[in-house]
Design a protein around this ligand. Structure first.
Ligand code: TZP
Ligand code: MG
Length: 219
């Protein structure tokens, strides 16, 4: 699928570990988020209790089907083989994941777009020199409970600086709760990615609409 910057606007990330290791609960919550206008979904099955092998593939398949029903791009985190198996629309990798040059090469052949996590000035400048990357993910902006091995918190000022250096659109991630959405938007980033703001909410529909924001009114 061809990447469009607007896809970053309301970017939901999640795996079964984010819904009490309950895959059905994940599917239910992702469907509510899709109904309420999220613009991208990333399957990120990672950390303690994450599914492996066939269970992981099956859940990914069901999530992809769900996304297709709502015309929402489906991205796989980190796992290039899974992304290819599921015929995902995109792949997202971090600095410590598979070699970015290999990922961009394979992704291009498969027609997948590529997201790349960059958290420092040096990483952004390096990524700016590469071809085949469509957007950068930057974070954690605030402290997060959803990623055990998260890098140090960047804060809003650093996000603004990194956004200015980046030659690709940026999606901000990490600790972005509902009450922080507006200030993150004000930095001028292309979009916001969340796990717990939506998947951990008592009202997934409302949280999704808050994430989508005013841009959702056009749809
Ligand atoms: N990468 C940096 S922070 C993070 C990831 C995957 C976790 C974001 O989760 P939350 O719940 O939105 O803080
Ligand atoms: Mg990763």
């Amino acid at each position: 699928m061809k990447f469009k910057t607007e896809m970053l606007n309301a970017y939901l990330v999640g795996g079964s570990q984010d819904t009490e290791s309950n895959p059905v609960k994940l599917l239910e919550r992702v469907e509510i988020a899709l109904k309420n206008g999220i613009t991208m979904f990333q399957y990120r099955e990672k950390g303690t209790g994450a599914l492996q092998g066939l269970a992981r593939q099956k859940l990914g398949h069901r999530l992809h089907n769900l996304c297709q029903r709502y015309h929402c791009p489906f991205v796989v985190d980190d796992d290039l083989v899974l992304a290819l198996t599921l015929k995902a629309d995109g792949i997202h990798v971090g600095q410590g994941d598979q070699a970015i040059r290999q990922v961009t090469k394979v992704a291009q052949q498969a027609g997948m777009f590529v997201g790349y996590s960059c958290n420092t000035k040096a990483e952004i400048l390096q990524a700016n020199q590469l071809t085949g990357i469509d957007y950068y993910g930057i974070g954690p902006i605030f402290p997060t409970q959803s990623k055990a091995d998260a890098d140090p918190v960047l804060g809003l000022q650093k996000l603004i600086e990194l956004n200015q250096l980046a030659k690709k659109p940026i999606v901000a991630i990490g600790g972005i709760s509902s009450n922080r959405l507006a200030t993150v938007r004000q930095t001028g980033v292309a979009g916001i990615a969340v796990i717990s703001q939506v998947l951990g909410s008592d009202d997934v529909a409302l949280a999704s609409r808050q994430l989508v924001g005013e841009k959702g009114l056009k749809n």
